[in-house]
Design a protein around this ligand. Structure first.
Ligand code: FES
Length: 346
């Protein structure tokens, strides 16, 4: 029995391209503190990957083929996946507003996805007593979570906040100031050519989640020296410090990270990183300093704030081939439909 609600049906009319266009429209309405974070979240949870898994004849086999490891499904982390967004603080109110919107969604609703997200953020703003620009990113995340996890799973999540009250109190300006901070190299730091050290923060809601690296070292190199915690107990992929790594040569895709702050303080993407990150499926861009990087390749030239996704895989080539196949079958279907029509006319 098909139990898809009207709202889910509406959402399912949107593929990854439609979502990219929606996100591009929404970006100017998202507060600066969450502009990068929202784009990173959407890169962390690609809709096309979920659809490929749903359509697979043998899902487990596909998971193995794409080398997926960790928590790649949103239905298992409805309340948690977005804890690096500033808007996560307002998740209980936003989640309720998304549910109300889903329940009252009518077949006659004609407004675009972007306009619906803006309207829901606007309706949740009075409950949070905050400017709605702080809610637009997390509301978009809520909509996509319904699409990927399903409305029933979305509703059954408790709607809890996963950061402590001390960090929840921080203002967006405090967070932006923190990201803009440049590591002081001492009084004569400007004269230093060697021994410059930079700080990498890998969880903005944990003051101890930081490590140092030397000028020019890649992000994964510096992380390996951080033995402050039992990282494997936190995430089985973290065998060498907080950043999961395997090959250290841009071959496995384990070490991808999102850059919340300081993207311009990382060296430009080199040819190998750019080629491999596209093959893995994480990002497809010619930007020299994108928001998604391979930690084993990205060399720091200053302080940065990154976020570590809870999973990794290699799915870019597979999804591109799948898309070509689908486009081809659509073309064939359209052609035979046109031929049938012209036969009828004759
Ligand atoms: S550790 Fe393998 S790609 Fe970076």
């Amino acid at each position: 029995m098909n139990t898809e609600t009207r709202f889910e049906k509406f959402l399912n009319q949107h593929d990854e391209e439609a979502w990219s266009a929606t996100l591009a429209t929404l970006l100017r309405s998202i507060h600066e503190v969450d502009r990068n974070a929202t784009q990173i979240w959407f890169a962390f949870y690609p809709l096309s990957l979920l659809r490929a898994l749903q359509q697979a004849d043998d899902r487990d086999k596909l998971v193995q083929r794409l080398l997926l490891q960790g928590d790649y499904e949103l239905r298992d982390q409805v309340d948690r996946s977005h804890k690096f967004l500033y808007g996560h603080r307002f998740w209980p109110q936003v989640k309720t507003a998304v549910e109300q919107h889903a329940d009252s969604f009518s077949q006659t609703t004609r407004t675009s996805l972007a306009d619906q997200i803006l309207a829901v953020a606007h309706s949740a703003a009075p409950q949070t007593k905050k400017d709605e620009s702080l809610l637009v990113g997390i509301t978009a995340v809520g909509f996509m979570t319904v699409q990927q996890a399903g409305l029933a799973a979305f509703k059954s999540a408790l709607g809890t906040i996963h950061i402590d009250s001390q960090h929840a109190k921080k203002s967006p300006e405090q967070i932006l100031r923190q990201r803009a901070k440049i590591d002081s190299q001492g009084l004569l730091g400007f004269l230093k050519t060697v021994n410059k050290q930079f700080t990498v923060s890998h969880d903005e809601n944990d003051d101890k989640a930081k490590y140092k690296l030397n000028d020019g070292q890649d992000l994964a190199w510096g992380a390996a020296n951080d033995r402050a915690r039992d990282w494997v107990a936190i995430d089985a992929r973290r065998m060498e410090g907080p950043i999961p790594v395997e090959c250290r040569s841009a071959s496995c895709g384990t070490c991808w990270v999102g850059v919340l702050g300081g993207a311009d303080r990382l060296a430009d993407v080199a040819v190998r990183e750019g080629k491999k990150i596209k093959e893995f499926g994480y990002i497809d861009t010619a930007e020299p300093k994108p928001l998604i990087r391979l930690a084993c390749q990205a060399q720091a030239q200053g302080a940065v704030s990154v976020v570590i996704p809870p999973w990794n895989g290699q799915f870019g080539k597979y999804l591109r081939a799948l898309k070509e196949q689908n486009d081809q079958s659509i073309k064939v279907a359209v052609k035979s439909n046109d031929e049938a029509k012209s036969e009828l006319v004759q």
